[in-house]
Design a protein around this ligand. Structure first.
Ligand code: GH3
Ligand code: MG
Ligand code: MG
Length: 505
């Protein structure tokens, strides 16, 4: 049976009980009926009129008696007519239509509507006062019922009792329902759970709240009975918006289980808990939804930990990036010449070794070009050390841009550079060096005139190392210096061989 049906039946039953009690009291005569009251009033009026007539001296003053009757008639709407009948049965005096209206059912006795009052003078009956009232029985049974004060009392009592009982019972049922629906041992079992549990009826009102949930929101489990959980301050997990529909509403309306909905429950002073809500419908034997069971898993702590972990990970990532950056900077510092920005000798050897081994393996050409600024001491002496630095930097720039690489050019010594030319044949390396030489010797290279000498060494079919090849390029450079400077000499080339011959001779 629905709760409203039950409410109606209990209230109606209680109202019937109250009405029965009132009727019983009435049957015992404890309640005065209106008709009894009416008859008593009529008797009192008859008494008053009779007393007033007795005060007038007998028949001598009929006019005074008429006045009394007419006044009584006028002042009592219920009184239809009045008359005074002599002992001989003749009507002595009366209100105008008394003769027609006076039709007693009983010729001797008074009735509620035909009242007789015998009047005596000196112990002898001299007249009878007749008062004709409205007939009480003349009212129809339904009208009598409706106009009867008892019926009115019962109606008012019934209606007000029904409202009062319905309101009272509604409140009471909230508290009575859970104990009827949820046995104490079930409540006790749910109370030991760490997870919050709510059991709702189909109106989404709480019929059970376990201890964990009540404690979570700082209320007693009893005070939650009958309330709607939607009345609490719920928000979506990642915003300040209220959920459009709650999981338990979906479970009750749709009859389907809803799992893993994360919601925030705002408590006092804005403190909140993050709860993962699961809700399943509770069905009766016919598969109809009677309510929902809701579990609320408090993940506030877990979420806080996860957020902290996330923050720590971000920090870690950041410091890892910083370390990587610092390492890169250190790597650059360790492998680069600070003045010219090209590789230093140590790192160049690593690059050169790898390249030479690869060229041997692949049988591809490779050359080294060694160069040295001519009479650099003079540049320093004539134009200052900073101009000397500028010339060194310019030469590095030219080599870097023409080879297209930073790692393949190194500052070998003070104003001495070496370039690694992979896939360059000796001819190609010679023209490369020649092009650079001309560019430097031409106008616009630096603020002061500069020339550079070049020595070129090409990989052979043997197993030369990078160091050996660089050594050969240096020997060729030496020949260039010795044979006039501002020129390119190929190790093993005609000019180199001629110089060697001259030395041998
Ligand atoms: P050569 O044509 O025979 O090479 O004559 P040179 O004067 O250039 O002779 P050398 O190569 O022996 O001279 C190198 C000079 O370069 C010596 C040194 O004072 C100068 N030097 C070395 N490193 C630097 C540097 O970083 N800056 C400047 N300004 N001068 C440097
Ligand atoms: Mg020099
Ligand atoms: Mg030098």
């Amino acid at each position: 049976m629905g709760r409203v049906g039950l409410l109606f039946r209990i209230s109606a039953g209680l109202v019937a009980l109250v009405i029965s009690i009132v009727l019983m009291l009435d049957s015992f005569g404890l309640l005065e009926r209106a008709s009894d009251q009416q008859i008593a009033d009529r008797a009192r009026l008859a008494e008053v009129v009779a007393t007033q007539i007795s005060a007038s001296p007998s028949m001598a003053n009929l006019n005074a008696i008429r006045g009394v009757l007419q006044a009584a008639r006028r002042n009592n709407p219920e009184l239809l007519s009045a008359g005074l009948r002599g002992a001989d049965g003749r009507l002595l005096i009366s209100t105008p239509d008394h003769r027609q209206l006076w039709q007693p059912a009983d010729p001797e006795q008074s009735t509620p509507d035909h009242l007789r009052v015998p009047m005596f003078q000196r112990g002898k009956l001299w007249a009878t006062l007749e008062l004709r009232f409205e007939t009480i029985a003349a009212v129809g049974p339904l009208t009598a019922l409706l106009t009867s004060p008892l019926a009115r009392l019962l109606g008012a009592l019934g209606a007000s009792c029904f409202v009062a009982f319905a309101l009272y019972m509604r409140r009471m049922l909230r508290h009575l329902d859970p104990s009827a629906v949820i046995p104490t041992r079930v409540q006790a079992a749910l109370d030991v759970m760490a997870e919050g549990v709510l059991i709702l009826d189909k109106h989404e009102e709480v019929v059970l709240a376990n201890l964990a949930f009540a404690t979570r929101i700082g209320r007693s489990d009893q005070s939650l009975l009958g309330m709607k959980p939607a009345a609490l301050d719920w928000r979506l997990k990642d915003s300040e918006d209220r959920p459009v529909e709650f999981p338990w509403t979906q479970a009750i309306r749709g009859g389907l289980a809803v799992r893993g909905v994360a919601l925030r429950l705002i408590g006092e002073e804005g403190r909140f808990a993050t709860l993962v809500v699961n809700s399943s419908p509770v069905l009766d034997g016919w598969g109809r939804v009677k309510g929902a069971i809701v579990t609320l898993d408090d993940v506030t702590e877990l979420e806080r930990n996860s957020n902290e972990l996330q923050r720590a990970l971000v920090e870690l990532e950041k410091s890892r990036d910083e370390v990587r950056l610092q390492n890169e900077e250190l790597q650059v510092l360790a492998t680069t010449d600070p003045l010219s920005g090209v590789a230093n000798r140590r790192s160049f050897y690593e690059t050169a070794d790898t390249a030479v081994r690869a060229a041997h393996a692949a049988r591809t050409p490779l050359c080294f070009v060694m160069c040295d600024i001519d009479h650099f001491k003079r540049i320093n002496d004539d134009h200052g050390h900073s101009t000397g630095d500028e010339v060194i930097t310019r030469l590095a720039e030219v080599l870097r841009s023409t080879t297209g690489s930073t790692r393949a050019v190194c500052r070998y010594g003070g104003e001495e550079f070496c370039a690694l030319l992979e896939d360059y044949t000796a001819e190609r390396a010679l023209s490369f060096a020649e092009m650079v030489r001309r560019h430097i010797a031409g106008p616009g290279f630096a603020r002061v005139p500069v020339t550079v000498s070049f020595g070129v060494a090409s990989i052979g079919s043997g197993t030369e190392t990078a160091a050996q090849l660089i050594g050969r390029a240096d020997e060729a450079l030496y020949v260039a210096k010795k044979t006039g400077r501002d020129k390119v000499v190929l190790h093993g080339g005609p000019e180199f061989e001629a110089a060697a011959e001259a030395v041998r001779a």
